[in-house]
Design a protein. Structure first.
Length: 209
């Protein structure tokens, strides 16, 4: 996938989740497990400096979370880059928290649709393994389609608008993404959204201060 934050190179292949082992060549996806230990050593107490919005209104913590595809793809990106490693560690921590029943993750038809276009079948299957374990899944509806059209009219890309519409329908309080463009636009249009849009590192810092 090529939906990284500004300045990030394209993904170089499948890599293990952070904090588990040294990176292996592409093709080694067995390390991407929810039950493996992940620490907050690269997350807690650090202020993100990656350009995503810092001034969004702080609302009560959410127990229902929507991860977009670039978030779910993060643990398979190049872990040699500090930003990507921090975001990967945050994503894996969120997946583990959901598996432990601490929060609810939401999937949708939009995630399935975007994964159909993933250039790597192996990474796609690794992401789908996580998606299948999410406790709630939403399918399309006329209301979601109409909301996505309205969001697209505000300037959101077609897939981003669809993810936002599904996340709002689910009653999620936060959509997590590593896409800087989406984060900046959502920050500017915050009052027109029914959901927070945050980088996973910032959300983990808020939830686990």
């Amino acid at each position: 996938m090529n939906r990284h934050g500004d300045g990030d190179p394209a993904a170089g292949g499948a890599l293990p989740a952070p904090g588990l082992a040294k990176p292996k060549p592409a093709g080694h996806l067995s390390q991407y497990r929810w039950d493996a230990p992940v620490t907050l050593s690269h997350i807690s107490g650090q202020s993100p400096q990656f350009g995503f919005p810092q001034n969004q209104t702080v609302r009560p913590m959410s127990d229902r979370v929507y991860l977009d595809v670039c978030c779910l793809n993060r643990p398979f990106d190049d872990q040699s880059q500090p930003r990507i490693r921090m975001e990967s560690e945050a994503v894996v921590l969120i997946l583990q928290a959901a598996d432990a029943g601490e929060l609810e993750l939401v999937s949708s038809d939009a995630i399935d649709l975007e994964l159909l276009r993933h250039p790597s079948a192996e990474i796609r299957e690794g992401i789908l393994a996580s998606v299948r374990r999410m406790s709630r899944r939403l399918t399309g509806s006329p209301a979601v389609t109409e909301r996505a059209r309205r969001l697209h009219g505000l300037g959101f890309g077609p897939m981003d608008a669809l993810h936002l519409a599904f996340a709002e329908k689910a009653g999620a309080d936060v959509l997590l993404t590593t896409d800087d463009g989406l984060l900046r636009l959502a920050g500017r249009l915050e009052s027109m959204l029914k959901i927070r849009v945050l980088n996973p590192v910032r959300w983990v810092q808020e939830r686990y201060p």
